[in-house]
Write a protein that binds this ligand. Structure first.
Ligand code: GLA
Length: 379
């Protein structure tokens, strides 16, 4: 299951496939990077037969096994089963921790305290997901977590001043934990020794029918957001907040993802000019309240549902418009257009250049925090 016995392959004797039916976390090898850095996998299980795997390369969610309404489990997170594939297909960011700045910064440039900072451009004229070598490409230090009612892994990473052009030495911690309510909680914190900007998120792709099983067009989404941030043709926000009402972006009531995906709408054309697809930031009505439902997506066939709760003001809902079936993911599955969707809890794209958006500035010595919960049903 873990590929051939090359330097890339993880130790298949330790593939984490045993499924204790209680809260537990185990650790195994997941191969190494070309530089010889060892990568670990943390395998969390709960009493409902659910499991989550996190790897230290990119702080990524590698797999989420979730039973359907009949108790049949499948992996609902798009991923790879070896480090080499994660490196070779880095632009899809499967399951990755994204930093220092999730989504786009216009022109690879921003001003802070009167100084201009230049970042590597890796998405046309813009910087995407922290630049050419973001947190998704780093091997994070890790330690298991077991609090009695939650298990998981704590990941830490030190990002030196000037990394990818961003100011400040930044110390980052990401805690993934699972409980018996099927809550996968991601808690981020960070401190910088200089004023900087930060926007951390996770880029897991879900396909509630199972990764590689086809498209997500029949899965039904509710996004608790009355407005979105319209974009230009390079997917940079114009600075406005516009109502979703009357547009194909209106998911305020549960709507199949594919229902309006082919609509002749200029915003949709910017997101995906040919086949149709979503790639937008919704302004959440929840206003950072972690108790309020931000997003719910359900698969009527399997009965599986994911809900998202977050302290963030926005969510990037992206329908894997850049997947084209040209490579295989874990389990040997081909991953095509619309083969998954992401729910990237975030501050709005390009906030460092948008004075009217909620700020992404982090002052020297202050603590940045972000919490996002993905809750899975059935329990
Ligand atoms: C985000 C972006 C998309 C795309 C993916 C990664 O969702 O908004 O445009 O870059 O990440 O492929």
């Amino acid at each position: 299951m873990l590929g051939s016995a090359t330097a890339w392959a993880a130790d298949s004797a330790n593939d984490g496939s045993s499924q204790p039916d209680h809260l537990a976390v185990t650790q195994s090898d997941f191969g190494q990077t070309p530089d010889g850095e060892k990568v670990q996998r943390y395998h969390m299980t709960n009493a409902n037969g659910m499991s989550v795997d996190v790897i230290t390369f990119g702080g990524r969610i590698q797999s989420i096994e979730l039973p359907d309404k009949n108790g049949k489990s499948t992996d609902i997170a798009l991923g790879f089963d070896n480090v080499k594939d994660y490196i070779d297909h880095s632009s899809v960011y499967f399951g990755a921790t994204i930093g220092r700045y999730g989504n786009r910064i216009a022109g690879g440039q921003f001003k802070l305290n009167g100084q201009t900072y230049n970042l590597p451009k890796n998405n046309g004229p813009n910087t995407l997901h922290g630049g050419t070598k973001g947190f998704d490409q780093k091997v994070w230090a890790a330690a298991p977590i077991d609090t009695g009612d939650r298990v998981g892994v704590e990941l830490t990473h030190f990002s030196p001043d000037g990394t990818m052009g961003f100011p400040g030495n930044l110390a980052v911690t990401v805690r993934y934990t699972l409980d018996n309510d099927n809550d996968l909680r991601i808690h981020y914190s960070a401190v910088s020794d200089q004023d900087t900007v930060i926007n951390l998120t996770n880029h897991v792709y879900f396909n509630l029918a199972g990764a590689g099983s086809g498209t997500v067009l029949d899965q039904v989404a509710m996004i608790n957001g009355d407005r979105f941030t319209p974009i230009d043709k390079t997917l940079i926000p114009t600075g406005q907040l516009k109502p979703v009402s009357g547009t194909p972006l209106d998911f305020t009531t549960p709507t199949p993802i594919g229902k309006h995906i082919h609509a002749d709408n200029p915003q949709l054309k910017y997101a995906e000019p040919d086949k149709g697809g979503y790639d937008f930031n919704w302004v959440l009505n929840t206003q950072g309240n972690l108790d309020d439902l931000a997003v719910r997506v359900s698969d009527p066939q399997s009965g599986r549902t994911v809900e998202m709760y977050t302290t963030e003001p926005g969510v990037q809902f992206y329908t894997s418009n850049f997947l084209d079936g040209s490579f295989k993911g874990a389990h040997g599955h081909k991953l095509g257009h619309w083969g998954g969707f992401t729910l990237e809890a975030q501050h709005y794209p390009d906030s460092p250049n948008q004075p009217d958006f909620p700020t992404t500035e982090l002052k020297a010595g202050q603590k940045y925090t972000q919490t996002t919960v993905y809750k899975f049903l059935p329990e």
